[in-house]
Design a protein around this ligand. Structure first.
Ligand code: KIV
Length: 270
C-alpha cells in the first residue's frame, strides 16, 4: 500500500537519525490491524519478528516457525504500513546451512511479502550468507547477544556477554557486521556497558532490547508493551497498558449482555 502523504523511513534515514542523535523506535508486528495502529502511531521500524512463534502461535521457542509462516505474517504487516521500514526475521532453519539457502530465503521474503529488509541472528559464523544477501541488494540487520534461535545452545534466557571473553567477541562481531554493510544491529539482553562500547565502535545504528540507554534506538515485542502477554516480565520490559485486562473486561461484559438479552438492543438490529 503506498500513500504519498508519508515520507517513508529508509535504511538511509535511520543512519541520519543516528548521526543527528535522534533515537530510533522499533516494535514488532505480525498482522495487518496491529501494523496499521503501530505505523500510524509513528514508529520508525516494524519488525516481523520470529517471536510470532511465541506470541501468535503459542510455541515455547522461536524455532518452530517456518519461512512460509513468516512470509504470511510479513505480507499482512506490509499491507497495513505506509511509513515504517518493515524488517523480517529469517526464521531458524532457513539460512544456517549455507549461503545459497540463506539468499533463496531472503529473496522469497522480499518477493512474496513486499518487506524492505531482513534480520539474521549471528556474527562471523554467518558472514558469507550476509555478504551474499547484501550483494543481491537486500538490506540486512544483524542480531547479537541473546539470540533466541540458539536457546538450546545457551540453555537459558539470562543476560549474555557478562564475561569479558564473550563481550569481546560480541564487540568484534558487531564491528564485522558494520564493516560488511548491515544497516543496523539489534543487541538483545547484554550489559549496558557492553552495548555502549558497541554503539560507539560502529557506524551503523544499534537498536537495543534489554541493552541499556546508550544505544541508538529501542525495540520491544508489541504484545509485551501493551500487556497482551502476561507471563513474560523481564526487567527491561515497560508495560504501557494492560490490554489483557481491558479485553477481558470487554469480553465479560459482552457475555453478560448476551446472556441477559441486553445485546442486541432495538437500535442494534435491522
Ligand atoms: O523476534 C523478535 O521479536 C526479535 C526482537 C526481540 C528483537 O528478534
Amino acid at each position: 500500500m503506498s500513500n504519498k502523504k508519508y515520507k517513508r523511513v529508509t535504511t538511509h534515514s535511520l543512519l541520519e537519525m543516528k548521526n543527528r542523535g535522534e533515537k530510533i523506535s522499533m516494535l514488532t508486528g505480525y498482522d495487518f490491524s496491529m501494523a496499521k495502529i503501530i505505523d500510524s502511531s509513528g514508529i520508525d521500524i516494524i519488525l516481523v519478528g520470529d517471536s510470532a512463534s511465541n506470541v501468535m502461535a503459542g510455541h515455547e521457542t522461536t524455532l518452530p516457525i517456518t519461512l512460509d509462516q513468516m512470509i504470511y505474517h510479513a505480507s499482512s504487516v506490509v499491507r497495513g504500513v505506509n511509513r515504517a521500514l518493515v524488517v523480517v526475521d529469517l526464521p531458524f532453519g532457513s539460512y544456517q546451512s549455507d549461503p545459497n539457502e540463506a539468499l533463496r530465503s531472503a529473496i522469497r521474503i522480499m518477493k512474496e511479502s513486499g518487506a524492505h529488509a531482513i534480520k539474521m541472528e549471528g556474527g562471523s559464523e554467518i558472514k558469507e550468507s550476509i555478504i551474499k544477501i547484501l550483494n543481491a541488494g537486500i538490506p540486512v540487520m544483524g542480531h547479537l547477544g541473546l539470540t533466541p534461535q540458539s536457546i538450546y545452545k545457551f540453555g537459558t534466557y539470562t543476560v549474555r556477554a557478562k564475561e569479558e571473553e564473550e563481550a569481546k567477541s560480541l564487540i568484534e562481531d558487531a564491528i564485522l557486521l558494520d564493516k560488511l554493510g548491515c544497516f543496523g544491529i539489534v543487541l538483545e539482553k547484554i550489559p549496558a556497558a557492553v552495548s555502549k562500547k558497541v554503539t560507539i565502535s560502529v557506524n551503523t545504528p544499534v537498536i537495543g532490547i534489554g541493552a541499556g540507554s546508550s544505544v541508538d534506538g529501542q525495540v520491544l515485542v508489541t504484545h509485551d508493551l501493551v500487556g497482551l502477554s502476561t507471563e513474560f516480565n523481564p526487567r527491561f520490559l515497560r508495560r504501557y497498558v494492560d490490554l489483557n485486562k481491558v479485553m477481558t473486561d470487554a469480553i465479560k461484559n459482552y457475555i453478560k449482555d448476551v446472556k441477559s438479552l441486553d445485546f442486541p438492543s432495538k437500535d442494534e438490529q435491522y
